[in-house]
Design a protein around this ligand. Structure first.
Ligand SMILES: NC(=O)c1ccc[n+]([C@@H]2O[C@H](COP(=O)([O-])OP(=O)(O)OC[C@H]3O[C@@H](n4cnc5c(N)ncnc54)[C@H](O)[C@@H]3O)[C@@H](O)[C@H]2O)c1
Length: 367
């Protein structure tokens, strides 16, 4: 990705955090968009990672956020660090007067952080988008343009994910530098299960929750019917609102055939969107509407949500497009947090009910 010499200069990109998502997702996407975007600066707290990843694209490198934000060559900032750093880094990028910010999902871990981010974005006028890539997939966007009345009439919405573990995709895509070693979790500990479910919702389901929310007008009134962890990583969660049934399913396994689908059903119509798996760079989702004997198919298009995010950022940075409403980002995050909290509360309630149902041991009795 060398710099451009045409009359129209490309927009300079700086990336905070150069781990797997930067290496396997964003750099390959940016490599296809060299006519509009150039990676100019890579920052990572691990100096060796910053240097070697920057060398792949001929960019400057550093270990400090101030160095990247102070680099005048950087106009668009992508935040790809671990989630606990997102809120502060998004705010710092806005305050540095950059032209647009991409924050990997989730962009905040609680409603207070989300409100702070949106206030700073409004005050500084710097547009922010969140890397929930399905919302930028042309297959999804075509479904929304031609959605008929399904967002209003759907009663059942389903997100189903069967994927190999991330590491397999990352290794298919590129040679990842410094992968942290994993350790075996203790599944007998209810806190481990709660943590795994929260991680599944905030890390994986969150890609489809903004889509589900568009089909759930009463999204603020959510109840958990069932929530189970699936080993080694996955979940089966059933939710309901006064007017909708929502099913979230995921299994990350050694699988021959990955699948990632979103479905919405009403009394007389159905929408199914088949997304490409995470890390896959080619082609978009395909959306299929069915009503009676009629079927309409949208896609596949020539790029998917990863590239869509960067095209959107370039359009925002040049003013060609208006930024999304901050309230949309807040509502999407609140929806995810509400589901994560309600799921944890339902597990606590289930645990309390099981303990109450245990026969009490008479005093003085020994096993
Ligand atoms: N959109 C997707 O499909 C997708 C896929 C995977 C991960 N993600 C998201 O991307 C983000 C990064 O995930 P990852 O898989 O690259 O793994 P990661 O979180 O393990 O790697 C992040 C990198 O950030 C560096 N880092 C740590 N602290 C930092 C700091 N304070 N400032 C800057 N850099 C710091 C680490 O050294 C590491 O190189 C997460 O938010 C994750 O949810 C998105």
């Amino acid at each position: 990705m060398s710099s451009h010499t045409d009359a129209t200069p490309t927009l300079g990109v700086g990336i905070l955090g150069a781990g797997p998502v930067t290496q396997a997702i964003h750099l390959p996407s940016l490599a296809r968009l060299g006519d509009i975007l150039t990676v100019r600066h890579i920052m990572d707290v691990d100096a060796a990672v910053a240097e070697s990843v920057a060398a792949r694209v001929g960019a400057a490198h550093s270990t400090s956020i101030d160095a990247l934000l102070g680099d005048p060559a950087v106009q668009i900032v992508a935040i790809c660090s671990p989630h606990q750093f997102h809120a502060e880094q998004v705010i710092a990028a806005c305050r540095a007067g950059k032209k647009a910010v991409l924050c990997e999902k989730p962009f905040a871990m609680n409603a207070e952080e989300a409100a702070r981010i949106s206030a700073v974005s409004e005050e500084t006028g710097v547009p922010i988008i969140v890397g929930a890539m399905h919302t930028f997939d042309p297959g999804w966007l075509a479904a929304m343009e031609n959605r008929d009345d399904l967002t209003g009439t759907a009663h059942t919405i389903r997100s189903s994910i069967v994927l190999p573990p991330n590491a397999r995709f990352e290794d298919f895509a590129t040679e990842i530098i410094t992968r942290p070693a994993g350790s075996a979790p203790d599944y007998s500990d209810p806190e481990v299960i709660k943590g795994a479910l929260r991680g599944g919702i905030m890390g994986l389901a969150i890609h489809d929750l903004p889509l589900i929310r568009r089909f759930t007008p009463d999204f603020k009134d959510i109840e958990v019917l069932e929530a189970r962890h699936v080993r080694p990583f996955g979940y089966v969660i059933s939710l309901r609102t006064p007017t909708r049934t929502i099913e979230l399913r995921a299994a990350m396994n050694n699988t021959w055939k990955p699948e990632w689908s979103f479905e919405a059903f009403s009394d007389d119509a159905a929408l199914r969107i088949d997304f490409t798996p995470s890390y896959v760079q080619a082609g978009s989702a395909v959306a299929t509407f069915s009503r009676g004997s009629g079927t309409t198919v949208h896609g596949p298009f020539d790029h998917n949500g990863y590239e869509g995010e960067w095209r959107e950022l370039a359009a925002l940075a040049t003013g060609a497009k208006q930024p999304p409403a901050a309230q949309t980002l807040i509502d999407d995050l609140t929806f995810a947090l509400d589901i994560a909290d309600a799921t944890a509360a339902s597990l606590d309630a289930g645990q309390a009910a099981r303990e109450a149902a245990q026969p009490s041991v008479p005093e003085g009795a020994h096993a």
